[in-house]
Design a protein around this ligand. Structure first.
Ligand SMILES: C[S@@+](CC[C@H](N)C(=O)[O-])C[C@H]1O[C@@H](n2cnc3c(N)ncnc32)[C@H](O)[C@@H]1O
Length: 346
């Protein structure tokens, strides 16, 4: 089956890296996200502990109360775990009517999301699974965790003052790189030996959402993986059964990610004249939004020592300065001035 699919994809000599990633992750039959729940090969913060989503919900609640927003939209909700924690927490904090929208590409994950979330539907809680990103002319609070690092990218490399696009070919039964000389581009910001990663799809989504915020208000909480300033190197990696591997080792069976470009997001938000808060690391965000209190309360509510130990481990995993606590960053973009002093400036 994979062999047949591979031959179909590689009818031409080579394909762009973004098309290769798109096929590996989102092919309707074989795509990784069509066949794997989040947590089967790698885990994400919402899957580690409910406290993560509860802290995100507290942040969103404060902003929604300040700006009077009742619509929330998550991009790439995976298993629906973050949305579930957000809805549960917001419904406890407020008696208002809320609409929660999910924007997901994978039909497999869409089903899982609805199974997790329909139990929250009520007179005041509406849940919508969107077919496309058609937005109402009203403010939303958009949010996403590890959405952008799952979108396809391209890579351009500079060597001997020449630019090469890294494409993918299938030869002698294996995937391999094929470098194409580019003549009509001048990427003067690249030095020899450096690689520029760019994602046309990421830029499309960013522009669409920021344009909506500019027109109608609201905000966008972006949580993603990478340093504050992305290095000009290849950051692409695949994860197969929790271990890092080459993207060509297990196509269709491994997740493919790369470092998100926070500076690119900042530049876009400046073009739209929006306020850019952050990035701050996951540890800081969670501390400021009550993770200590939340985990302590969960620990105090159980007599079971094993559960207490498990909760404490989850807390450390999310906030560890040598791990997820530092690697993941939070940015908030808004039209209005907001007092978010704990978000440092990039
Ligand atoms: C790395 S997973 C993160 C899942 C979830 N946010 C979490 O933290 O557990 C990326 C998610 O984005 C979804 N996704 C990727 N590309 C998408 C696109 N173009 N449109 C909508 N969803 C997409 C994937 O199917 C998956 O649900």
């Amino acid at each position: 089956m994979e062999e047949k699919k591979t031959k179909q994809i590689f009818k031409s000599d080579s394909i762009s890296l973004s098309r290769f990633i798109h096929k590996c992750l989102y092919d309707k039959e074989l795509g990784f996200y069509q066949n794997n729940k989040i947590g089967s090969h790698f885990t994400t913060s919402p899957e580690i502990s409910q406290a993560f989503g509860e802290c995100v919900a507290i942040f969103l609640f404060k902003i929604s109360s300040e700006l009077g927003i009742s619509k929330f939209l998550e991009l790439g909700p995976g298993n629906g775990t973050l949305m579930s924690d957000v809805i549960r927490t917001l419904s406890k904090l407020s008696k208002k009517e809320f609409v929660f929208s999910l924007y997901e590409k994978s039909s497999f994950l869409k089903k899982i999301q609805l199974k997790t979330l329909t139990r929250y539907e009520s007179k005041k809680i509406k849940i919508l699974s969107l077919q496309n990103l058609k937005l109402k002319k009203q403010p939303y609070l958009f949010f996403c965790n590890e959405f952008f690092d799952a979108l396809p990218i391209n890579q351009i490399e500079k060597n001997d003052n020449l630019l090469f696009e890294k494409r993918v070919q299938y030869k002698d039964g294996k995937f391999q790189w094929k470098k194409y000389l580019i003549k009509n581009k001048n990427l003067s910001f690249l030095s020899n030996g450096e690689t520029w990663e760019y994602s046309p799809l990421t830029n499309l989504y960013i522009k669409k959402i920021l344009n909506h915020i500019k027109e109608f208000g609201g905000g966008f909480l972006v949580i993603d993986y990478g340093p504050y300033i992305k290095k000009k190197i290849s950051t692409i990696q695949a994860i197969y059964k929790s271990k890092k591997c080459n993207i060509f080792d297990y196509p269709f069976f491994s997740d493919i990610t790369y470092h998100f470009d926070f500076l690119n997001l900042k530049e876009h938000s400046e073009k739209f004249n929006l306020k850019f808060h952050g990035p701050i690391n996951q540890r800081q965000f969670l501390y400021f939004n009550g993770i200590n209190e939340r985990i302590n309360s969960l620990i105090n509510h159980t007599q079971d020592n094993n559960v207490k130990i498990k909760l404490s481990k989850q807390f450390h995993r999310l906030t560890d300065p040598k791990g997820m606590g530092e690697l993941f960053k939070f940015v908030f973009i808004s039209k209005n001035d907001l007092n978010l002093s704990y978000f440092k400036k990039l």
